[in-house]
Design a protein around this ligand. Structure first.
Ligand code: NAD
Length: 428
């Protein structure tokens, strides 16, 4: 089911080209229909939301707002142990993100010159939470908590209604635990349009975060600029680097936990040991038989999974850095000694007792991570994503006079007389 590739003669990711070139490709048809949805909501507000919800979700909704009573009832109906686990996860996520908070700073560069930077949270943020089979309460925590820690004034969540017009109870319970202010039952591109423009019932936000299907991703891309967005999440991926000391059962289990997400998910093992490669492939076959999402796993592994045998740990790290995986697991004898060699990765998991689900749900770091090689320039979602910075400048008369000629010279070179004049006028 999972292929073994020999890259002992090569050091580059060429061998994985077909695997890496994956993902939902937005067609011009999708862009066109999403543009129509955006325009419809911008023009007709709630009326358009109702029409699109009927058309795409097959349900008539009169009032999109989920009442506090409904949220409370959902919370009380949830399994008690699940609520306790979610609260413990929340505490860890909160603690971790609090370490990311930065303080405004101000500096007295020299007498009469003060410079600084102010940090201010965004006022309103919208969180998209997918519906359907991908209703993940953990995503509610991961998107809302950094915003809360940043001090965002209002967090608005949108999520598609179920066929009976209600919302997934676990999602509502997670919203209550995370401290989401308002929940609306609307999904797809129409929900993104509502958050970006505002409607009669849904307030306009400053930023939209959260994963979604191809329509949601296209809508986020199109509203970017009017509002900020987090990133366009592609299908999920893991790259495991293993040496001869790795436990093949654990490595196989971790490849499978990634593959069950989606047929487009990619699970790659890069190993220095041909024996481990064979044993992991065998374990993958054995463990897959017992898993409920077996069909998705088999498709994902045969299309986008691979075990790559390389010559050395250095070659394995080169592979990892070129692929820039969303999740990187280091199943090697001394994982800490490899940290300095990792250049591109969303989240790094060290050693055999740090499997990816620990980070997905519980340890504290965010699980909204850059996918499809974008870890070369994107970072995990965090407090910074919900904060704006403003710069601060103060010069007294004496200090401005000392630098006025430089400013005037640059302004004149740019042909901006009024800029030069704004300085000159103060010394006439
Ligand atoms: P979704 O909420 O993203 O999309 C459902 C909405 O799509 C519906 O409300 C509907 O309005 C709209 N829609 C459906 N068909 C349409 C059409 N033909 N035209 C216009 N709009 C249409 O839920 P989903 O579809 O279950 O997808 C969830 C996605 O989120 C998956 O791709 C999953 O992989 C992804 N996901 C990613 C992460 C991550 O962290 N990367 C986490 C969770 C989910």
């Amino acid at each position: 089911m999972i292929k073994i590739l020999d890259a002992t003669g090569e050091g580059s990711t060429e061998i994985l080209k077909d695997i890496l070139d994956r993902g939902d490709k937005e067609s011009s048809d999708i862009t066109k229909s999403v543009m129509e949805i955006l325009a419809g909501v911008e023009k007709d507000g709630d009326t358009a939301l109702k029409e699109f919800t009927k058309k795409f979700d097959g349900v008539e909704i009169d009032d999109f707002l989920v009442s506090q009573d409904e949220i409370e009832a959902a919370y009380l109906q949830c399994d008690e142990d699940f609520i306790k686990a979610m609260k413990r996860a929340k505490d860890n996520i909160w603690d971790y993100h609090q370490k990311q908070l930065k303080e405004s700073w101000i500096t007295n560069k020299s007498s009469g010159i003060i410079l600084g930077q102010l940090y201010n949270p965004m006022e309103k943020v919208g969180i998209y939470v997918p519906g359907g089979t991908a209703a993940y309460p953990s995503s509610v925590l991961m998107n809302a908590i950094p915003a809360k820690v940043a001090g965002v004034g209002k967090i608005i969540m949108v999520t598609p209604p179920l066929k009976d017009g209600t919302v997934n109870k676990n999602i509502l319970a997670a919203a209550r635990i995370a401290g989401v202010d308002k929940v609306y039952k609307v999904g797809g591109a129409q929900a993104v349009a509502a958050l970006a423009n505002g409607t009669q019932t849904i307030g306009k936000v400053d930023k939209i975060v959260g994963p979604g299907n191809i329509y949601v991703a296209a809508a986020k891309r199109l509203v970017f600029g009017k509002v900020d967005i987090d990133m366009i999440a592609g299908p999920s991926e893991v790259l495991i680097v293993a040496d001869e000391t790795a436990n093949p059962r654990y490595v196989a289990a971790d490849l499978l936990s990634q593959a069950e997400h989606d047929v487009l998910a990619s699970s790659i093992l890069v190993t220095t040991s041909p024996e481990i490669a064979k044993e992991v492939a065998k374990e993958v076959e054995i463990q897959t038989k017992t898993l409920s999402r077996r069909e998705i796993i088999e498709k994902s592994l045969s299309d986008y999974g691979a075990i790559v045998v390389v010559k050395s740990l250095d070659d394995a790290m080169k592979f990892a850095n070129e692929i820039a995986p969303e999740h990187l697991e280091m199943a090697v004898k001394d994982p800490f000694s490899t940290i300095g060699k990792i250049k591109n990765a969303g989240a790094i998991f060290l050693g055999e007792y740090s499997p990816e689900p620990l980070g997905d749900y519980f340890a504290g770091p965010n699980h909204t991570l850059p996918t499809s090689g974008t870890a070369r320039f994107f970072s995990p979602l965090g407090v910074d994503d919900f904060v704006k910075k403003s710069s601060l400048v103060y010069y007294d008369r004496k200090n401005l006079e000392q630098v006025k000629d430089d400013i005037i010279k640059i302004a004149q070179k740019e042909g901006l007389d009024a800029h030069a004049n704004s300085v000159e006028v103060r010394f006439e």
